[in-house]
Design a protein around this ligand. Sequence first.
Ligand code: HEC
Length: 293
Amino acid sequence: MGLAASLVAAAPSRDGPALTALTWIAPGHERATLLEQPATCLDPAAPGDEVRIGQALFNAPSLLGGQASRASISCASCHSNGRRNPGFFLAGISGEPGTADVSSSFFSLTRADGRFDPKPIPDLALPGKVSRDPTSHALENFLRGLIVEEFSGGEPSAGQLHALASYVRAVRACPSPTELRTLASDLALLRTGIVGGELLLDRGDTKGAQILIKAARFRLGLIDERMIGPKAKGIHSALLDASRQLALVPLQRGQLADWLARFERTVAPQLARNERQSLYEPITLDRWLAARR
Ligand code: HEC
């Protein structure tokens, strides 16, 4: 498919998706994809800090470059919660829902093969084509190629690749197939991003920390989109304020943690009080989706 055509497909029009995720959700899968995700149980024996940094990067659109990052697509858009998103659909990239052609010129010209051959998105909890053996570095090498060549991302540091690979290796299936996507799960990802950012700063990886700060601001935006109802106006401005402050946090030890502590004290309780009226609430989301049809 041509680059121009896919550009059109990705650009959300003014009356297009008011929830970012709708950009890549197949018609008919909206409710399930917005309210649920595959459940993931992380290997308890995996190295905690690596997995935290890796999970934060996995949810960061700016780890990927070019069109993917502009369309707010991260690894997690396709590999939902490290597993697979059966409702993923991007025109020109997907065939059936849950498939993607990752060698499309939409994402990068380096590996573009000129063929439209979408493949099922694999569940990363299952053994696949790429060896997960930590001694071989096959997974790290694969992920570097994926980020730089398939998704036009910047060169990741060795530490970022190791963390991302550690997260992928830690992803396991759970006894229950799905879990709810709630305000709590978005806030958990926000915290993981901030804690991951602190860890990367400790290691002197400023670029990595900046990717995670952007991801945290992106997460604040996703939370903001879901806040509707009479109290929404005050919440929007509180979130915008928090996001601006986060962009200005000096990249020194402890500053991100301070920002998070302030956020937990001031903004998080406001969000919790509004959750029942928000698009995290199934009944409210149903009404909202019905009104869009
Ligand atoms: C647009 C959707 C999409 C995005 C974004 C995406 N992937 Fe994938 N991923 C796929 C598809 C489709 C395949 C299967 C490709 C194939 O079979 O040739 C795949 C394959 C993989 C595999 C190989 C699994 C195996 O078989 O062993 C890993 C690991 C992986 N992706 C991790 C990631 C990570 C980490 C990111 C972010 C840096 C990412 N993916 C971003 C769709 C995506």
